[in-house]
Ligand binder design. Structure first.
Ligand code: FE2
Length: 252
Protein backbone atom coordinates (compact mmCIF):
# COMPACT_ATOMS: atom_id res chain seq x y z
CA UNK A 1 0.00 0.00 0.00
CA UNK A 2 0.95 3.59 -0.55
CA UNK A 3 0.64 6.67 1.65
CA UNK A 4 0.32 9.90 -0.32
CA UNK A 5 -0.17 12.37 2.52
CA UNK A 6 1.76 12.44 5.80
CA UNK A 7 3.84 14.67 8.04
CA UNK A 8 6.69 12.28 8.78
CA UNK A 9 9.72 14.33 7.71
CA UNK A 10 11.55 15.46 10.86
CA UNK A 11 11.43 19.01 12.24
CA UNK A 12 9.76 20.78 9.36
CA UNK A 13 6.10 21.20 10.38
CA UNK A 14 3.67 20.12 13.10
CA UNK A 15 4.36 16.44 12.39
CA UNK A 16 7.45 14.43 13.44
CA UNK A 17 9.69 16.56 15.66
CA UNK A 18 12.90 14.61 15.11
CA UNK A 19 14.32 11.56 13.35
CA UNK A 20 13.25 9.23 16.16
CA UNK A 21 9.61 10.39 15.78
CA UNK A 22 9.90 9.86 12.03
CA UNK A 23 11.25 6.34 12.48
CA UNK A 24 8.47 5.47 14.95
CA UNK A 25 5.87 6.51 12.39
CA UNK A 26 7.67 4.75 9.56
CA UNK A 27 7.94 1.49 11.54
CA UNK A 28 4.17 1.70 12.07
CA UNK A 29 3.57 2.37 8.37
CA UNK A 30 5.70 -0.65 7.46
CA UNK A 31 3.83 -2.80 9.99
CA UNK A 32 0.67 -1.86 8.07
CA UNK A 33 2.33 -2.92 4.78
CA UNK A 34 2.94 0.59 3.47
CA UNK A 35 6.22 0.70 1.64
CA UNK A 36 5.77 3.67 -0.71
CA UNK A 37 5.31 7.10 0.83
CA UNK A 38 5.09 10.69 -0.37
CA UNK A 39 6.32 13.05 2.34
CA UNK A 40 4.02 16.09 2.29
CA UNK A 41 5.03 18.76 4.84
CA UNK A 42 2.77 21.80 5.13
CA UNK A 43 3.57 24.69 2.82
CA UNK A 44 1.92 28.10 2.85
CA UNK A 45 2.93 30.91 0.49
CA UNK A 46 2.00 33.46 3.16
CA UNK A 47 4.53 32.05 5.65
CA UNK A 48 7.67 31.00 3.80
CA UNK A 49 9.14 31.44 0.33
CA UNK A 50 9.09 28.52 -2.05
CA UNK A 51 12.92 28.42 -2.16
CA UNK A 52 13.22 28.40 1.63
CA UNK A 53 10.67 25.60 1.88
CA UNK A 54 12.41 23.48 -0.76
CA UNK A 55 15.75 23.91 1.05
CA UNK A 56 14.24 23.07 4.47
CA UNK A 57 12.52 19.98 3.02
CA UNK A 58 15.78 18.87 1.39
CA UNK A 59 17.69 19.21 4.68
CA UNK A 60 14.99 17.33 6.57
CA UNK A 61 14.93 14.49 4.04
CA UNK A 62 18.73 14.25 4.06
CA UNK A 63 18.71 14.04 7.84
CA UNK A 64 16.19 11.19 7.75
CA UNK A 65 17.99 9.54 4.83
CA UNK A 66 21.26 9.49 6.76
CA UNK A 67 19.71 7.26 9.41
CA UNK A 68 20.81 3.61 8.94
CA UNK A 69 17.42 2.46 10.22
CA UNK A 70 15.61 4.49 7.56
CA UNK A 71 17.74 2.80 4.92
CA UNK A 72 16.95 -0.63 6.38
CA UNK A 73 13.20 0.06 6.21
CA UNK A 74 13.52 0.11 2.39
CA UNK A 75 10.80 2.67 1.85
CA UNK A 76 10.23 3.97 -1.62
CA UNK A 77 10.00 7.69 -0.83
CA UNK A 78 9.05 10.75 -2.82
CA UNK A 79 8.95 14.38 -1.79
CA UNK A 80 5.81 16.49 -2.05
CA UNK A 81 3.97 19.11 -0.02
CA UNK A 82 0.57 19.90 1.38
CA UNK A 83 0.00 23.31 -0.14
CA UNK A 84 -2.40 25.69 1.55
CA UNK A 85 -4.85 27.10 -0.96
CA UNK A 86 -4.25 30.59 -2.27
CA UNK A 87 -5.57 32.41 -5.31
CA UNK A 88 -1.89 33.26 -5.92
CA UNK A 89 -1.06 29.60 -6.70
CA UNK A 90 -1.06 30.28 -10.40
CA UNK A 91 1.58 33.01 -10.10
CA UNK A 92 4.23 30.37 -9.34
CA UNK A 93 6.01 27.46 -10.96
CA UNK A 94 4.55 24.73 -8.78
CA UNK A 95 6.69 21.84 -10.04
CA UNK A 96 8.85 21.79 -6.85
CA UNK A 97 5.68 21.23 -4.80
CA UNK A 98 4.28 18.38 -6.92
CA UNK A 99 4.78 14.75 -5.94
CA UNK A 100 8.25 14.09 -7.33
CA UNK A 101 8.22 13.20 -11.01
CA UNK A 102 4.48 13.82 -11.38
CA UNK A 103 2.05 16.70 -11.87
CA UNK A 104 0.01 15.80 -8.78
CA UNK A 105 -0.16 18.58 -6.18
CA UNK A 106 -1.82 18.16 -2.78
CA UNK A 107 -3.96 21.18 -1.85
CA UNK A 108 -5.36 21.95 1.59
CA UNK A 109 -8.43 24.17 1.84
CA UNK A 110 -9.83 26.29 4.65
CA UNK A 111 -11.94 24.37 7.14
CA UNK A 112 -14.00 27.53 7.69
CA UNK A 113 -15.63 29.15 4.72
CA UNK A 114 -15.34 28.15 1.08
CA UNK A 115 -12.20 29.82 -0.30
CA UNK A 116 -12.80 32.74 -2.62
CA UNK A 117 -11.78 31.85 -6.16
CA UNK A 118 -11.64 28.09 -5.55
CA UNK A 119 -13.18 26.97 -8.84
CA UNK A 120 -11.26 29.34 -11.11
CA UNK A 121 -7.94 28.66 -9.34
CA UNK A 122 -8.43 24.89 -9.70
CA UNK A 123 -9.43 25.36 -13.34
CA UNK A 124 -6.27 27.39 -13.99
CA UNK A 125 -4.13 24.71 -12.28
CA UNK A 126 -5.69 22.01 -14.46
CA UNK A 127 -5.18 24.13 -17.57
CA UNK A 128 -1.48 24.41 -16.65
CA UNK A 129 -1.24 20.61 -16.56
CA UNK A 130 -1.30 20.14 -12.79
CA UNK A 131 -3.64 17.65 -11.14
CA UNK A 132 -4.85 19.02 -7.80
CA UNK A 133 -5.48 16.46 -5.08
CA UNK A 134 -7.86 18.01 -2.54
CA UNK A 135 -6.66 16.93 0.91
CA UNK A 136 -9.05 15.40 3.48
CA UNK A 137 -12.21 16.55 1.73
CA UNK A 138 -14.38 15.21 4.56
CA UNK A 139 -13.26 18.14 6.72
CA UNK A 140 -14.77 20.96 4.72
CA UNK A 141 -18.25 21.98 5.88
CA UNK A 142 -19.11 23.68 2.56
CA UNK A 143 -18.65 20.34 0.76
CA UNK A 144 -20.64 18.46 3.42
CA UNK A 145 -23.43 21.05 3.11
CA UNK A 146 -23.39 20.77 -0.66
CA UNK A 147 -21.42 17.78 -2.04
CA UNK A 148 -22.27 18.94 -5.58
CA UNK A 149 -19.48 21.52 -5.07
CA UNK A 150 -16.96 18.71 -4.64
CA UNK A 151 -18.56 16.68 -7.42
CA UNK A 152 -18.11 19.65 -9.80
CA UNK A 153 -14.39 19.97 -8.95
CA UNK A 154 -13.81 16.24 -9.47
CA UNK A 155 -15.71 16.36 -12.76
CA UNK A 156 -13.31 19.13 -13.87
CA UNK A 157 -10.33 16.83 -13.16
CA UNK A 158 -9.43 17.31 -9.49
CA UNK A 159 -8.81 14.25 -7.33
CA UNK A 160 -10.16 13.98 -3.79
CA UNK A 161 -8.52 12.33 -0.78
CA UNK A 162 -10.03 11.28 2.56
CA UNK A 163 -8.14 10.54 5.76
CA UNK A 164 -7.90 6.95 6.96
CA UNK A 165 -8.81 8.07 10.50
CA UNK A 166 -12.07 9.59 9.28
CA UNK A 167 -13.09 6.28 7.70
CA UNK A 168 -12.63 4.53 11.01
CA UNK A 169 -14.54 7.40 12.57
CA UNK A 170 -12.59 7.64 15.80
CA UNK A 171 -12.41 11.24 17.02
CA UNK A 172 -13.47 12.45 13.62
CA UNK A 173 -16.91 14.08 13.42
CA UNK A 174 -16.52 14.16 9.66
CA UNK A 175 -16.23 10.36 9.40
CA UNK A 176 -19.68 9.95 7.88
CA UNK A 177 -18.83 12.17 4.93
CA UNK A 178 -15.54 10.32 4.28
CA UNK A 179 -17.40 7.07 3.74
CA UNK A 180 -20.08 8.74 1.61
CA UNK A 181 -17.53 10.36 -0.68
CA UNK A 182 -15.79 7.02 -1.14
CA UNK A 183 -19.04 5.19 -1.79
CA UNK A 184 -20.03 7.80 -4.40
CA UNK A 185 -16.47 7.52 -5.84
CA UNK A 186 -16.26 11.33 -5.54
CA UNK A 187 -13.17 10.62 -3.36
CA UNK A 188 -10.64 8.31 -4.97
CA UNK A 189 -7.81 8.16 -2.43
CA UNK A 190 -7.22 7.41 1.24
CA UNK A 191 -4.09 8.54 3.06
CA UNK A 192 -2.91 8.65 6.64
CA UNK A 193 -2.20 12.40 7.12
CA UNK A 194 -0.08 10.98 9.98
CA UNK A 195 1.46 13.57 12.34
CA UNK A 196 2.56 11.51 15.34
CA UNK A 197 1.60 8.35 17.19
CA UNK A 198 -0.60 10.54 19.43
CA UNK A 199 -2.02 13.00 16.91
CA UNK A 200 -3.39 11.14 13.90
CA UNK A 201 -1.26 7.96 13.79
CA UNK A 202 -1.24 5.85 10.60
CA UNK A 203 -4.46 3.79 10.48
CA UNK A 204 -4.39 2.34 7.01
CA UNK A 205 -4.94 -1.29 7.89
CA UNK A 206 -8.03 -0.52 9.97
CA UNK A 207 -9.41 1.87 7.34
CA UNK A 208 -9.01 -0.67 4.56
CA UNK A 209 -10.74 -3.36 6.58
CA UNK A 210 -13.66 -0.95 7.29
CA UNK A 211 -13.91 -0.21 3.55
CA UNK A 212 -13.88 -3.95 2.76
CA UNK A 213 -16.62 -4.58 5.30
CA UNK A 214 -18.88 -1.62 4.47
CA UNK A 215 -18.33 -1.12 0.75
CA UNK A 216 -16.78 -4.38 -0.42
CA UNK A 217 -13.41 -5.65 -1.64
CA UNK A 218 -13.72 -3.88 -5.01
CA UNK A 219 -13.66 -0.45 -3.37
CA UNK A 220 -10.62 -1.33 -1.26
CA UNK A 221 -8.78 -2.52 -4.34
CA UNK A 222 -9.89 0.52 -6.35
CA UNK A 223 -8.50 3.01 -3.81
CA UNK A 224 -5.24 1.07 -3.58
CA UNK A 225 -4.89 1.04 -7.34
CA UNK A 226 -5.60 4.79 -7.46
CA UNK A 227 -2.81 5.49 -4.94
CA UNK A 228 -0.44 3.40 -7.05
CA UNK A 229 -1.40 5.34 -10.17
CA UNK A 230 -0.78 8.68 -8.44
CA UNK A 231 2.57 7.52 -7.06
CA UNK A 232 3.69 6.49 -10.55
CA UNK A 233 2.31 9.67 -12.14
CA UNK A 234 -0.40 7.87 -14.10
CA UNK A 235 -3.94 9.17 -14.52
CA UNK A 236 -6.47 8.00 -11.96
CA UNK A 237 -9.36 6.11 -13.45
CA UNK A 238 -12.38 8.11 -12.20
CA UNK A 239 -15.66 6.52 -13.30
CA UNK A 240 -18.64 8.50 -14.57
CA UNK A 241 -20.00 9.95 -11.35
CA UNK A 242 -23.59 10.39 -10.30
CA UNK A 243 -24.37 13.88 -9.05
CA UNK A 244 -25.29 13.74 -5.34
CA UNK A 245 -28.96 14.48 -4.67
CA UNK A 246 -30.67 15.74 -1.53
CA UNK A 247 -33.74 13.72 -0.67
CA UNK A 248 -35.72 14.37 2.53
CA UNK A 249 -32.83 16.42 3.90
CA UNK A 250 -30.23 13.69 3.29
CA UNK A 251 -27.55 13.62 0.62
CA UNK A 252 -27.56 10.34 -1.31
FE1 FE2 B 1 -1.91 17.01 6.26
Amino acid sequence: MIDLHCHILPGIDDGAKNVEDSLTLLREEKRQHISSIVFTPHFNFERISLDEFVQARKRSFELLGSSPEFQQLEISAKLGAEVYFSVKLNEYDLDPLCFEGTKYILIELSTGTRPYGLTHTMTDLLNRGYIPILAHVERYPYFADNPVELYNLVMKGCIAQVNAGAIIGKNEPSGGMAMKYLKWEIAQLISSDAHSMQKRPPRFAEAVSVIRKKLGDDYAEWVNKNSGDVFKGRYVDVPVLKKPKKILGKWI
